[in-house]
Design a protein around this ligand. Structure first.
Ligand SMILES: [Zn+2]
Length: 292
């Protein structure tokens, strides 16, 4: 059983922490980190003010009209592929989900199969909506990706699920992820693919796909691989999913299909799309990289 508390360190100086009431106090620099109901608060006031961190980010897919029943099926298929990429040995990994607050699509596929699951999230609104699995020891930590409250080499896996385009400083955040990752550990990046066939097509003929927001940088498979390699990681092959993408109005007709029929539809169109359009042209991407 993993002692999750023993993995925690001061996000400022990486000193050991003492229990201080319900919160923590750094034994080296004497900073204090209060406890909130459900999480420990390691977000430094100067980071919350200085970095452009989304401390009040709030999103609920249930109220997002772009999310259709087929979208949910694609997310499940992506989460299964992610679990396969993470659960590679007999050892149950310590997983750190950076920006993983709110509804979490990856955790249900990892619950009871990992040694520990730590969610790091700067937004209180998202933390309030976060539910850890019943079968996994875990903690919720309010902190910035650029300054993680974890010791060097404490994680086997760091996941960035739909997060990399929200980071205030992706290069700084990746350097910090590498610090907390043990040698041989893995980083996983999952996100909408800016290199998908339909976004390239829409760009060429001038149609809005309604997901251009927040994409200050292009995150296609080569772009994510380059970012990971720049942080000193060894990117492995990237995969893309979700080749079928119809206007949401039409996609909502899939409500009439059974869940298994939706799944067969997504799998079948992915198989055909991958063969016809290549491995990097789907609507969602998964890239895994290894710390040497
Ligand atoms: Zn300290």
């Amino acid at each position: 059983v993993v002692d999750v508390d023993a993995l925690l360190r001061c996000p400022c100086c990486h000193g050991a922490l003492d229990v201080d009431g319900n919160g923590r106090r750094c034994a080296s620099c004497d900073r204090t980190y209060p406890a909130a109901p459900g999480w420990l608060d390691f977000l430094l006031p100067e980071d919350a003010a200085g970095l452009d961190i989304e401390t009040n980010y709030e999103w609920d897919y249930r109220h997002d009209p772009r999310v259709s029943p087929l979208t949910l099926e694609r997310w499940r298929i992506l989460a299964e592929a992610h679990a396969d990429a993470v659960l590679t040995g007999t050892h149950r990994p310590v997983v750190v989900s950076v920006g993983g607050g709110g509804e979490n699509w990856l955790l249900p596929h990892l619950d009871q199969r990992v040694g520990a699951y730590l969610v790091v999230e700067p937004s209180e609104a998202q933390l309030r909506e976060t539910r850890l699995g019943a079968g996994t020891p875990g903690l919720l930590l309010r902190a910035a990706a650029e300054r993680l409250p974890l010791g060097d080499g404490s994680a086997d896996v760091v996941e960035l699920h739909s997060v990399i385009d929200h980071l205030a400083d992706p290069e700084q955040a990746l350097a910090e992820l590498v610090r907390v990752l043990r040698p041989g550990g893995r980083v996983t990046v999952t996100i909408g693919n800016d290199g998908s066939w339909y976004r390239r097509l829409a760009g060429r003929i001038g149609i809005a796909t309604h997901d251009e927001h927040a994409h200050a940088r292009r995150f296609d498979v080569p772009g994510v691989r380059a970012l990971l390699a720049g942080a000193g990681l060894q990117p492995m092959a990237g995969r893309t999913f979700a080749y079928l993408r119809l206007p949401s109005r039409i996609e909502r007709l899939a409500e009439r299909l059974s869940p298994s029929a939706r799944r067969r539809l997504v799998h079948a169109t992915d198989r055909v799309g991958r063969r016809l359009l290549g491995p990097t042209a789907g609507g969602m991407l998964l890239v895994v990289a290894r710390r040497p």
